[in-house]
Design a protein around this ligand. Structure first.
Ligand SMILES: Cc1cc2nc3c(=O)[nH]c(=O)nc-3n(C[C@H](O)[C@H](O)[C@H](O)COP(=O)(O)O)c2cc1C
Length: 330
């Protein structure tokens, strides 16, 4: 059994991994607390970084926090611990989304887990056009196993399901642009209105698909000079859905962990990824997505995968910015 102490450099590494997780509009809606006496890190929701119009139930916050939790677990393994996580451990504190207690580890880290650690810092959304090169079935099967490990189901969309996912996403995209409250909220987090190291800079926006088939999220006003010119995207995008059997807060956190495990493994395998979440932000459209995912399950994310150019990195705030002083035990 190895025992490793948690010094400030190790804590910084854990948090740097956690905050490299994806979050809707790069809001980074988390705060962390260290309970040093029990070697436990708490992940809290940051209310001031919520999206009340686009994410009124906080599902997207839980997905992001789940992704941060997965990164923290992977980093803990890399640093020599066994992470013991609990979801929603305190019914009296709904802002505490998860805790990770660090235990000494016996035995080496499985090889694939080591690959995931380096992928944490290489993963970025790529909203650019991908090539036509298909994603091998063996890779898709490995990604499905990864989602399953975290309590979610990955379904690869065959042609008619992919067409349905794209249609519903395009409909959501049109609705988003027609909704002044949602538009105002998303603009506060994107382009020149975003704060430093927060939100999505114009360089990461990506072009629109000149075939008008792939509705990548259009950030900023439709004819904004911040938007790069349209270009042809891949004709047969590889789309997967992640679903969970239930739709409670713990399932959203599981969905976020599954999402991040899939994204990291895809990155380690040389794939690019981007997310199509628009239809999940409208309850009626989210329900209709089920028909193209896994019927009777709850869709937590649609992911586009492929080979192509790297996306522009989106800056995040330094990890220590998100660390609160602990005021009790977890
Ligand atoms: C719940 C959730 C929803 C998201 N929705 C979208 C989306 O619809 N379109 C998109 O391009 N990116 C989406 N993203 C990705 C974020 O914009 C991205 O993670 C963030 O800007 C940080 O950039 P990075 O992924 O390059 O680190 C979403 C991320 C999360 C966690």
């Amino acid at each position: 059994m190895s025992s490793v102490s948690l010094d400030s450099s190790a804590l910084e590494k854990l948090l740097a991994a956690a905050v490299a997780a994806p979050s809707m509009h790069n809001t980074q809606p988390w705060r962390f607390r260290l309970y040093a006496d029990t070697l436990t890190v708490g992940i809290h929701a940051a209310a001031e970084r919520a999206l009340p119009r686009e994410d009124p139930d906080g599902r997207a916050v839980h997905i992001a926090a789940g992704a941060a939790l997965l990164n923290l677990r992977v980093a803990a393994g890399h640093l020599g611990w066994t992470p013991i996580s609990r979801l929603l451990p305190d019914p009296g504190d709904p802002t505490l989304l998860a805790t990770v207690r660090l235990e000494g580890r016996a035995g080496p880290l499985p090889a694939r887990e080591a690959d995931l650690y380096t992928a944490i810092f290489r993963r970025h959304s790529s909203r650019l056009a991908y090539t036509q090169r298909p994603v091998p079935i063996t890779v898709l099967a490995e990604l499905a196993d990864a989602a399953h490990t975290e309590g979610a189901r990955l379904t690869v969309a065959e042609a008619s399901a992919a067409a349905r996912l794209l249609r519903l996403t395009a409909l959501a995209e049109r609705r988003n642009h027609g909704d002044p409250h949602r538009t105002a909220e998303s603009r506060r987090w994107t382009g020149s209105e975003a704060g430093p190291e927060t939100g999505i800079p114009a360089e990461a926006f990506g072009p629109q698909d000149s075939f008008e088939q792939l509705p990548v999220r259009g950030f900023g006003p439709p004819r904004s000079p911040d938007r790069p010119p349209s270009r042809p995207f891949e004709r047969h995008p590889a789309l997967i859905s992640l679903t969970t059997a239930h739709d409670r807060r713990a399932d959203w956190l599981r969905g976020g962990q599954a999402l991040e495990r899939v994204l990291l493994l895809a990155t380690a395998d040389g794939l690019r990824t981007s997310l199509l979440h628009q239809a999940l932000e409208w309850p009626d459209l989210r329900l209709r997505l089920r028909g193209a995912a896994f019927p009777y399950e709850h869709v937590q994310m649609i992911v586009r995968l492929g080979y192509g150019p790297e996306g522009a990195p989106t800056p995040g705030r330094a990890a220590q910015h998100f660390l609160d002083a602990a005021d009790g035990t977890a």
